[in-house]
Design a protein around this ligand. Sequence first.
Ligand SMILES: NC(=O)CC(=O)C(=O)O
Length: 290
Amino acid sequence: MSQILSQKIKVALIQLNGSSPNKLDNLNRAAKFIEMAMQKQPDTKIVVLPECFNSPYSVTKFREYAEVIDNKAKSQSIDFLSKIALKYGIILVGGSIPEIDPQTNKIYNTSPIFNSKGDLIDIHRKVHLFDVDIPNGITFKESETLSPGNKLTTVNTPYGNVGIGICYDMRFPELTTISARKPNNAFAMVFPSAFNTVTGPMHWHLLARSRAVDNQIYTILCSPARNLESSYHAYGHSLICNPKGEIIAEAGEGEEIIYAELDPEDIANFRQAIPLSSQRRFDLYKDISK
Ligand SMILES: NC(=O)CC(=O)C(=O)O
């Protein structure tokens, strides 16, 4: 069986309280935590930040914090993250930041992804917007200010391919399956996320484990720390789930870094034991990756 993850690799997730109104403070805090992660685990290959880590998670604030994302004329956050990726030689999934497209004036919730040279290798604009109204729970309508992205994202790394989604995207199984199946063959799906204290307890672990088990890949969910002084109370509990559906690392609610090692044998052994990919009945239903 060809290995979709070429070697064992270590990852670190930065569960950050990034909801300060001062963007530079949020960026500096991310840099400080990444430095701590790299000191503790210097051979880390992939670092992940949370959704909207440089701004408040609020529909009334996205436009104010939005930046043009352009690798040539680097915006404040892109420049900042690019230097960090280069400094430590890491793949950096730079959480997400509010982005403005200067041509259309549309705002997106966008994850920038950098290689170890600091190049911006791709962006993922949140495809499914978080528009919900849960009685006695939470009402949130990202579409009041955000536009949805129009592409799916799988990035190429020296270790194999990684699918990227943002938060609510994880509720739509097609997105992960398309990354996990050929030709993308991702070994992990990474979701910078910000579930909340209503939907987190209901679905966070369930969704992480379901996407992992359905596709026999790792799922990696990175949340902001919970800050009860901000308008949005993030769930926390950043986690890494293996292809068997076991959570191999999980944070609590406060600021924390979690670490894990991803092992190609875990994927190969589990796929051999339960060979879903050769048992699918595409004569009865469609292969959504086609
Ligand atoms: N914030 C999100 O995009 C999604 C979320 O909180 C949920 O799906 O629940």
